[in-house]
Design a protein around this ligand. Structure first.
Ligand code: SF4
Ligand code: SF4
Length: 146
């Protein structure tokens, strides 16, 4: 997710109408990330407490004390949008645009070295393993997936 190299223009909101359509996603290759609009960073990011510790949002002591209490604090601070106690999953907050809160205006990840595990694994894991929405823009302009 969110390559570190410079990207092109920010995503117009019209692209978001398309990004959930998995039939528009295409097989991913690493070179696709160069200059991409980072559509992968417009989806909710599920995190463990270990991700939160790496990001600097929790301490080891907090993690061992009460995850529910930690979840309440992070909700109040706007870091997460939800906490699922049964699975101990924290969901990272998103901007009104739907972008991840850590996606910069240049559409690069601002916490790349500390990013959550699922971001490191995408698109190996994800809604359509092995594929991503990087080509949605092209699918739109060229009239659909090839
Ligand atoms: S949408 Fe795909 S090509 Fe674009 S940054 Fe994400 S993984 Fe890379
Ligand atoms: S943490 Fe970084 S890589 Fe992960 S979704 Fe947010 S901006 Fe993208």
């Amino acid at each position: 997710m969110a390559p570190r190299r410079p990207t092109s223009t920010p995503s117009p909101s019209s692209r978001l109408d398309q990004v959930d359509r998995l039939e528009l996603w295409r097989r991913w290759k690493a070179s696709d990330c160069n200059g991409c609009w980072s559509g992968c960073c417009t989806f909710p990011v599920e995190m463990s407490v270990h991700d939160l510790i790496r990001l600097g949002h929790a301490t080891e002591d907090e993690a061992s004390a009460s995850l529910s209490r930690l979840g309440r604090r992070l909700l109040d601070e706007g870091v997460i949008q939800s906490y699922r106690a049964a699975s101990q999953i924290f969901v990272l907050a998103q901007k009104p645009s739907r972008d991840c809160i850590y996606l910069g205006p240049d559409r690069l990840c601002t916490v790349y070295e500390r990013r959550p595990e699922v971001c490191r694994m995408f698109p190996k894991i994800g809604p359509k393993p092995g594929s991503c929405p990087g080509h949605v823009r092209h699918a739109q302009t060229k009239g659909g997936p090839k």
